[in-house]
Design a protein around this ligand. Structure first.
Ligand code: ADE
Length: 238
């Protein structure tokens, strides 16, 4: 049974966007997942189709009304899976969370515009707040596309066995090693000799060294965790 993504947004025309192309688009055409876009404005009750209002207590911008957002959820929730609200205040997305979401039968994604959504509807609906990183977007739509792209490629059957997910960044706890292809010499720069050797054990060892070096240099946070995990493994073996 295919994975269902339901996106609630004031800008339904932004979807499917990139999710209609490449890997995610192919997977949708193959029936591995479906995307339903719901226009929040269709759930506004007044003749001006109002979805937002000024914040109580003052302050800049506009806040999405809880009654309208609640009606949009009531009218489109698929009956299973988490309701995710994309906000820089949320838990920061990482690959373990992506994998958890990919194990769900469905994910309902609420995209905010303006300054945000009234807190009461988030609590009443038990919404899971997720951020895609420590920066601020003008709305949740781009974040929803990022989140769903990451989730869809983890669904069973989406990425073929040959592309195998197991060596990629974050799976091993390291950033991935650098990649090279033809031509063998470009701009006077040769491909590293070892990759031309056909010696698979040496190639694997070289790639692991490269991955470790780049992770140590760029991501001391990942490196510390990796070193700790290696140490745990060492202890487990002895
Ligand atoms: N909306 C605005 N900024 C965001 C972010 N960093 N993550 C998720 N949703 C957002």
């Amino acid at each position: 049974t295919p994975f269902r993504a339901v996106v609630l947004t004031l800008f339904p025309e932004m979807f499917p966007g990139p999710l209609g192309h490449s890997l995610a688009g192919k997977a949708q055409a193959d029936g591995l997942w479906s995307l339903e876009t719901v226009d929040i404005r269709a759930f506004a009750r007044d003749k001006h189709r109002t979805v937002d209002d000024t914040p109580f207590g003052g302050g800049a911008g506009m806040v999405m009304r809880p009654d309208v957002v609640d009606a949009a959820i009531a009218g489109s929730y698929p009956g299973e899976g988490p309701i995710v609200y994309l906000t820089p205040r949320g838990r920061v997305l990482d690959q373990p969370l992506v994998k958890d979401l990919a194990r769900e039968p469905a994910v309902t994604v609420l995209c905010g515009r303006y300054e945000g959504v009234d807190q009461r509807v988030l609590e009443a609906r038990g919404v899971l707040e997720i951020s895609i990183g420590d920066f601020v977007l003008s709305g949740g739509e781009a974040a929803a596309i990022v989140l769903l792209d990451a989730v869809v490629r983890m669904l069973p059957g989406v990425v073929g066995k040959t592309e195998s997910l197991e060596h990629e960044s974050f799976e091993t706890g390291l950033l991935e090693h650098p990649l090279y292809t033809r031509p063998q010499e470009w701009n006077g720069i040769p491909v590293p000799e070892v990759l031309m050797s056909g010696h698979h054990a040496r190639i694997d060892a070289w790639r692991r060294d490269q991955a470790e070096d780049i992770t140590r240099q760029r991501r001391p946070d990942l490196w510390s965790r990796y070193v700790a995990a290696q140490k745990q493994e060492q202890e487990g073996r002895s």
